[in-house]
Design a binder for this molecule. Structure first.
Ligand SMILES: Cc1cc2nc3c(=O)[nH]c(=O)nc-3n(C[C@H](O)[C@H](O)[C@H](O)COP(=O)(O)OP(=O)(O)OC[C@H]3O[C@@H](n4cnc5c(N)ncnc54)[C@H](O)[C@@H]3O)c2cc1C
Ligand SMILES: *[C@@H]1O[C@H](CO)[C@@H](O)[C@H](O)[C@H]1NC(C)=O
Ligand SMILES: *[C@@H]1O[C@H](CO)[C@@H](O)[C@H](O)[C@H]1NC(C)=O
Ligand SMILES: *[C@@H]1O[C@H](CO)[C@@H](O)[C@H](O)[C@H]1NC(C)=O
Ligand SMILES: *[C@@H]1O[C@H](CO)[C@@H](O)[C@H](O)[C@H]1NC(C)=O
Ligand SMILES: *[C@@H]1O[C@H](CO)[C@@H](O)[C@H](O)[C@H]1NC(C)=O
Ligand SMILES: *[C@@H]1O[C@H](CO)[C@@H](O)[C@H](O)[C@H]1NC(C)=O
Ligand SMILES: *[C@@H]1O[C@H](CO)[C@@H](O)[C@H](O)[C@H]1NC(C)=O
Length: 655
């Protein structure tokens, strides 16, 4: 079992239209799942995803057997990712001008006919899935209707696992046009909306290469979906083929990994490994791994690609700072490794330069650290006169807390809290979920926060936190972090990174705090992090947003809308709320940012943008990979959109 099994499938592809297989020894058999699933077989027999790769020799065989569609799967132009000359880049940009002005859309005359998709399905071992939106089971007028499945789906709708286990479901539903929501099953019709038309449930590198080559050669929009957590609609797209990475679950502990700058334990993580799996493995192997706070986020997918903030960041830096090596299928279909000595531009760019931009990551090797003790606190505070916390007292207390952020961040703090309106002026719910410091004992933690609690008491706020102490991250994380429901409402957020320099000037510090307060008073929720995200000494340079590196306060703000307020709410978030905050924090976090951020190039990538764009143009000259606010994305747009919100429901065209 190996490359040869793929070849056998390639052989049959010549006869694919007839749905039969001609095997190497000339036997003709029906093409069904049991005969054409080398991918499934490879996984069942314990092979790694890398064991099946597409090579020139395989493609030569395909051509030799007169598969008329063979050219659809050929590799793209060889571009040396490291050393393409400026001249070559310019000629590539000119080439783009000669290509079609839009990605081919279903219904267009160039859209591949059904037999071509059948061939593609056969070549990929039956991994192609024609999209049935997740909510279809709730639509009485849909072939997929199933009352029991619908009830189950509705009950599990706000669990992230419901969406990550589906090939195309996403957690911010409006990007696909809020089509086919299970809640509307009795009152509307399920349409495909902004969902991909097909997805490929990949288990091997070869399948990813075939999909990348096919999409590029056929000018089909390509998207990559891992878990579907993305807040900006980057993991879906109308009329697209989606590469669904969810089955790439390999996880290997490496006792001693060595690079020019690191020597120690590591994990090699498949593209689908989620935060909960990473933390469970770290616990098992007696180490600390760096991931986010939410259990379902994909580690080597969007999280590390976007930089990645972690409960451990104040001590060990960002998710991107842990990476030792990256395996990736490039836009030209080639499978390469990028690390400190190979494909070094890519190694720099992929760590922070954003998902769905430079190719499809198949695995990453990341550092892990010793287990360490943690101490911290949680609390829930209801404010307002009725709760004994007058508005003035509450804000004075919050300002006193904010003033200490650089000091706390330097001590290793990760403090994650949420502030929601209770529906009446001056009444809020403040949930600390938690405030935690790796490496600290509870005695030290209490000593650190005692001056703040004393200040609060003097202001009239008496708050008794719930303290905790553990000897590792896993226990702190599994017991003291909240359950986070997803896909609950149409809500949009933006984010800001406030740099330490603001604290150096009393006028700007007051201005920043007043601005955040005013946005909250105007109706925004506040999700805030007191965090440090500097790269630890000795970390190889990466493309992680330079605005992250000197931030002491990271906020996510925004709100939900109802049908009639959609435009007003969306315009307000970008042009009013974010505008007020941008004056103090020019940066935002690309994974949790405003999809309409006006200068996303600087806000999401900082001073790394120009170099990122150069690498993007070298590696992906025809923009096979596109996502809103991704590097180089501004020369395309989804047609038929409003000015104030980019959905993924239309055709993707050049600007
Ligand atoms: C409830 C919740 C909690 C969160 N908590 C944190 C947190 O603590 N810290 C933090 O930093 N972020 C956090 N995030 C944000 C999270 O990092 C992003 O949503 C991230 O994009 C998710 O990546 P994913 O691969 O799981 O999701 P997806 O939506 O599947 O993918 C996100 C992006 O990455 C691309 N992508 C995915 N896999 C690959 C791949 N293998 N190769 C190339 N591109 C790929 C997709 O095309 C898309 O553009 C949170 C989000 C939510 C909804
Ligand atoms: C090409 O096809 C031949 C004949 O079926 C087979 O023996 C050979 O292994 C194939 N080569 C590759 C690289 O797949
Ligand atoms: C492919 O086509 C060529 C030219 O028509 C023909 O000579 C050859 O026999 C064909 N090969 C196969 C394997 O059918
Ligand atoms: C549709 O209506 C039926 C009958 O009233 C009800 O049992 C079911 O829950 C409804 N489905 C949805 C998705 O609301
Ligand atoms: C686990 O790691 C900690 C910290 O490195 C070490 O002190 C301890 O001995 C280890 N325990 C086991 C069982 O290996
Ligand atoms: C999630 O959904 C369940 C069941 O519908 C509900 O009880 C719960 O309150 C929801 N939780 C969140 C955080 O949305
Ligand atoms: C502080 O910021 C204000 C407003 O930007 C500016 O006018 C003032 O000069 C700054 N003060 C110092 C000491 O830099
Ligand atoms: C955009 O175009 C798509 C595809 O033609 C269509 O289905 C969708 O409804 C359109 N969206 C809007 C907002 O007009």
């Amino acid at each position: 079992m190996g490359v040869s099994s793929l070849c056998r499938v390639l052989l049959l592809a010549g006869a694919a239209v007839a749905q039969t297989i001609v095997t190497d020894n000339g036997v003709v058999v029906a093409a069904d799942e049991t005969t054409v699933a080398p991918a499934a077989e490879a996984v069942a027999s314990g092979l790694t995803p890398e064991a099946l790769q597409l090579t020139d020799a395989v493609l030569a065989n395909l051509t030799a057997h007169n598969l008329t569609q063979a050219s659809l799967f050929s590799f793209g132009e060889d571009i040396d990712a490291v050393e393409a000359s400026a001249e070559k880049r310019d000629s590539i940009v000119v080439n783009l001008a000669s290509t079609a002005s839009c990605k081919t859309f279903p219904g267009d005359k160039n859209w591949p006919v059904k037999p071509v998709w059948t061939v593609f399905d056969l070549l990929t071992g039956g991994a192609l899935i024609e999209t049935v939106p997740i909510g279809a089971v709730c639509y009485t007028n849909n072939a997929a209707y199933d009352a029991a499945k619908c009830a189950d789906l509705l009950a599990k709708w706000n669990l992230s696992g419901t969406h990550s286990a589906d090939p195309t479901s996403i957690m911010t539903t409006y990007y696909s046009g809020d089509t086919c929501l299970p809640q509307n099953g009795n009152t509307s019709t399920c349409t495909i909306g902004g969902f991909p038309l097909y997805s490929l449930a990949v288990t091997t590198v070869a399948q990813i290469q075939l999909a990348v080559n096919f999409a590029r050669n056929a000018n089909i929009r390509l998207v990559v979906k891992n878990t579907g957590h993305d807040f900006l609609g980057k993991s879906t797209g109308a009329g697209s083929l989606s590469i669904w990475t969810h089955k790439l679950k390999t996880l290997e502990f490496i006792e001693s990994a060595t690079t020019p700058t690191y020597s120690g334990p590591a994990f090699k993580l498949g593209a689908a490994v989620q935060v909960f799996e990473l933390y469970e493995a770290a616990n098992k192997y007696n180490v600390t791994a760096i991931g986010g706070e939410c259990d379902g986020v994909g580690v080597t997918g969007g999280y590390i690609a976007g930089g990645g903030h972690s409960p451990m960041s104040s001590v060990y830096g960002m998710g991107a700072d842990q990476v030792l090596s990256i395996d990736i299928v490039l836009p030209n279909g080639r499978f390469v490794t990028a690390d400190e000595t190979h494909n070094t531009d890519l190694f720099w760019a992929i760590r922070g330069g954003g998902g769905a931009t430079f190719g499809v990551v198949t695995s990453m090797t990341v550092k892990v650290h010793p287990k360490t003790k943690m101490a911290g606190a949680t609390w829930t505070l209801m404010t307002g006169d009725a709760n004994g916390v007058p508005d003035k007292v509450f804000w004075a207390a919050m300002f006193a807390y904010w003033r200490k952020f650089p000091e706390y961040a330097d001590k290793g703090t990760y403090a994650y809290s949420q502030l929601f309106s209770l529906g009446a002026p001056g009444m809020y719910l403040w949930i600390m979920t938690p405030w935690m410091v790796p490496g600290m004992s509870l005695v030290e933690f209490k000593a650190m926060i005692a001056p703040l609690l004393a200040e609060w008491a003097a202001l009239g706020l008496v708050l008794e936190p719930t303290y905790f102490e553990t000897d590792n991250l896993y226990d702190a994380w599994s017991k003291h972090f909240p359950f986070e429901g997803v896909a609950n409402a149409d809500l949009r957020t933006g984010s800001r990174l406030f740099p330490r320099s603001v604290w150096d000037n009393e006028t700007t510090l007051e201005g920043m705090m007043e601005a955040v307060k005013s946005v909250v008073e105007d109706g925004s929720a506040l999700i805030q992090y007191n965090i440090k995200a500097a790269a630890p000494a000795g970390t190889p340079a990466s493309a992680a947003n330079t605005h992250w590196r000197d931030a002491a306060w990271y906020v996510i703000m925004g709100t939900a809308w109802t049908k009639g307020t959609m435009e007003a709410v969306n315009v307000k978030i970008t042009d009013d709320w974010m505008a007020k905050l941008r004056a103090y924090g020019p940066g935002g976090y690309l994974n949790e940012g405003d999809v309409m951020e006006p200068d996303f190039q600087d806000a999401f990538y900082g001073s790394n943008y120009d170099r990122l764009l150069k690498i993007k143009r070298q590696v992906d000259p025809t923009d096979l990979f596109w996502a809103p606010t991704a590097v180089g994305s501004d020369r395309w747009q989804v047609s038929n959109q409003t000015e104030w919100l980019t959905l993924q429901t239309g055709r993707l065209c050049k600007v």
